[in-house]
Design a protein around this ligand. Structure first.
Ligand code: GLU
Length: 269
């Protein structure tokens, strides 16, 4: 019996030690390399959009990880990620952090850790003006969205009769809407609003029909507690100092091209 207890104690200690050293890997690795490797999108206006001429990716998500790199006193290295790569790039160790309009969900929390919520939006629809007043107006319609997202899961539940068409990204989905190939595009309101400002005025709109709340978290490899703590503390400090609001205002504030009310604050809840 004593031997069994000793064996289990040793195992617990071993797992604990491995856990601690693993937990320090990301933070130590970043400071040793002098680089924070961040996965962001590259075709999501407002959050991370590649400049057509220079290729530089700019947006809210980029500025958030840039602030974290600055706090770490390291260089920021950006890697574009598609929706379906947001988790695999982390688990495969190709990036240290993912800032990619990624909603915190229970399912994803089995695979990765999330920081405190750093942006909140809701899933809505982008449609031709006057075509949608209530959710039932979308019944049996063709709706475009992107795979491996909460958008596709939510719309399938909310409008089961709809014909869901999967696009490689939301911008191509909007092009299909412009060509009248689909009736609506659905995803997070902030993404839709950023796409809407690129369209001719008065043709499209985002009706007040919402099917979910979407709190975004920064993705971090599981078990890297010291890095997660660092990121969370940085986010709280940014809220406290006003930097988080400044970044929000730069992309979504009243003076920006995509004005949207900031309905959240970064907190530890
Ligand atoms: N935020 C949602 C998600 O994480 C949908 C928008 C997106 O593609 O990021 O899946």
């Amino acid at each position: 019996m004593k031997k069994i207890v000793l064996f289990f104690t040793m195992m617990v200690l071993l797992i604990g030690v491995c856990g601690v050293s693993r937990a320090e890997d990301t933070l130590q690795g970043i400071t040793k390399r002098g680089v924070l490797r961040a996965g962001v999108k590259d075709l999501t206006p407002g959050f991370a959009l590649a400049d057509l001429k220079t290729g530089e990716i700019k947006g809210y998500d980029v500025d958030i990880v840039r602030a974290i790199a600055r706090k770490l006193d390291v260089r920021l290295e950006i890697t574009p990620v598609k929706e379906e790569e947001r988790i695999s790039f982390l688990t495969e160790g190709r990036v240290d952090i993912v800032a990619a309009t990624m909603t915190r969900t229970k399912e994803r929390e089995y695979l990765i850790d999330f920081s405190h919520t750093y942006f909140v939006t809701a899933q809505k629809f982008l449609v031709r003006k006057g075509t949608v007043q209530r959710l039932t107006d979308l019944n049996n319609k063709t709706i475009g969205t992107v795979d491996k997202t909460t958008s596709v899961v939510n719309v399938r539940k909310a409008v089961p009769s709809a014909n869901i068409v999967i696009f490689s990204d939301y911008v191509p989905a909007f092009l299909a809407l412009q060509k009248r190939e689909i009736f609506a595009v659905t995803t997070d309101e902030a993404i839709l609003a950023a796409i809407l400002v690129t369209a001719d005025e008065g043709v499209f709109e985002i009706p007040q029909v919402s099917i979910s709340k979407e709190p975004y978290g920064l993705g971090i490899r599981k078990g890297h507690e010291s890095f997660l703590r660092f990121v969370n503390q940085t986010l709280l400090d940014m809220e406290e100092s006003g930097e988080a609001k400044r970044i929000y205002d730069k992309w979504f504030g009243p003076e920006s091209s995509i004005p949207m009310k900031r309905t959240f604050k970064i907190t530890s809840r």
